[in-house]
Design a protein around this ligand. Structure first.
Ligand code: ZN
Ligand code: ZN
Ligand code: ZN
Ligand code: ZN
Ligand code: ZN
Ligand code: ZN
Length: 401
């Protein structure tokens, strides 16, 4: 057991390559050598904002992964993680000085790009930087899948469930902007609004049980009325002739069309408290109605991506992992990474280049002492990285104007 857990320095240095691959899983589909501009508005990509080139007070701009390396090296960059439907701005009209080294032939602006305060390094409804030098509270940042802002767990207005990384979150203001989502929330989402959590949970369970019977009842009633009508129509038919048959045929044709799931849920009613952010279980997108009317509704609200399972960050990360063809498991570095929480993972991956050289130094100390490296050593290294980062931020506070 302990033999399996200890690895030689050579192993670890080889696995350093794999750590790089893990990083590129998170930066999946984001080419680190070529500007993504020629691909147009990329479905999802890693993005950066440059505080050196486009500081607060000016126009917001975002650059692709390759440009962050090649055109903004040494600049003060905000890591935006991934955003959807964005086209690289590097060197366009928003940049007064800088020329893109990778793809200079850009239009003046990308009119379809959406910007937020994230592009100026602030996040959440409280508009604070992350990490926040004035905030000692340990808190998770969670990204809203609709507006793509990052929010503090404690500013979501709901109980943050366990395993948040497996659940997509929609923030309260995005919910309120699209009220039909509350209808889905009552039936699909993870229950969890403030004090009423348990009550709501019970109600939801009850609703789920009655849901089936109620739907059946509605259908039965419809069938009965249909039958009744045709029964009462029968004598009329004889009296009035063929004209009457037409509308009843039409009606039965309409009833055979696929029904709208959203409309069904609306008839069932909902008792969920309509406040706070909503967490959705995995696979929830496939449960949304995609009838013609609903497709039009989501498209009008610019939410068509919700009907697309491949839009999720999870799908994006899996794509990256598959394209790298890494084999998970058997890897102490990888399992050390897996045991860190999501924010730590992101910080590590985002600060990967800084960390890589420090990791090499760290490993060389082991080589000098002729020691083997254990997963615990690696974990300790990451923890030191974290606290050093925090100290650096705290120190910065006293020197910044
Ligand atoms: Zn670019
Ligand atoms: Zn820059
Ligand atoms: Zn560039
Ligand atoms: Zn906040
Ligand atoms: Zn939102
Ligand atoms: Zn529908």
């Amino acid at each position: 057991m302990s033999e399996e857990q200890t690895v030689s320095l050579v192993d670890v240095l080889e696995e350093d390559e794999e750590l790089e691959e893990e990083a590129s899983a998170v930066l999946a589909g984001s080419d680190s050598d070529h500007c993504s501009y020629p691909q147009g508005y990329v479905k999802r990509q890693a993005l950066y904002a440059c505080n050196t080139c486009t500081p607060k007070g000016g126009e917001a701009a975002g650059v692709c992964l390759a440009c962050s390396y090649k055109c903004h090296e040494g600049h003060d960059l905000f890591e935006l993680y991934t955003k959807r439907n964005f086209r690289c701005d590097c060197g366009n009209r928003k940049f007064t000085e800088l020329q893109c080294k990778l793809f200079a032939e850009k239009e003046e602006v990308n009119t379809l790009n959406k910007y937020s305060h994230n592009f100026f390094g602030v996040y959440c409804t409280c508009s604070r930087p992350y990490p926040d030098p004035d905030d000692q509270v340990e808190d998770e940042m969670i990204q809203c899948v609709v507006c793509e802002d990052w929010l503090h767990g404690r500013h979501l207005g709901c109980v943050v469930p366990d395993c948040v990384e497996l659940q997509e979150m929609i923030c309260e203001s995005c919910m309120n902007r699209n009220p039909f989502l509350w209808t889905y929330a009552a039936h699909l989402a993870v229950p969890g609004a403030d004090v009423q959590v348990t009550v709501v949970k019970e109600v939801t369970e009850v609703t789920e049980v009655t849901e089936v019977t109620e739907v059946k009842e509605v259908k039965e009633v419809k069938e009965e009325t249909g039958a009744d009508e045709s029964n009462t129509n029968l004598p009329n038919k004889e009296e009035k002739g063929d004209d009457v048959i037409q509308p009843s045929c039409k009606r039965s044709h309409e009833e055979s069309e696929p029904s709208c799931r959203l409309a069904e849920l609306l008839t069932i009613g909902q008792r969920r408290v309509q406040s706070g952010a909503v967490f959705w279980p995995s696979g929830w997108r496939s449960k949304l109605c995609s009838c013609t009317a609903c497709q039009e509704r989501v498209s009008a609200a610019s939410l068509s991506f919700l009907l697309d399972e491949s839009d999720t960050v999870l799908a994006y990360e899996n794509k990256g992992k598959n394209s790298e063809q890494t084999q998970p498991g058997h890897d102490p570095l990888m399992s050390a990474l897996d045991n860190l929480n999501r924010v730590q993972q992101l910080e590590i991956i985002h600060g990967y280049n800084d960390m890589k050289s420090e990791l090499k130094d760290f490993l060389q100390r082991f080589a000098a002492e002729g020691k083997v490296v254990t997963p615990d050593d690696i974990r300790q290294f990451f923890e030191q990285q974290q606290s050093r980062k925090r100290r650096r931020v705290d120190a910065g506070r006293f020197y910044s104007p």
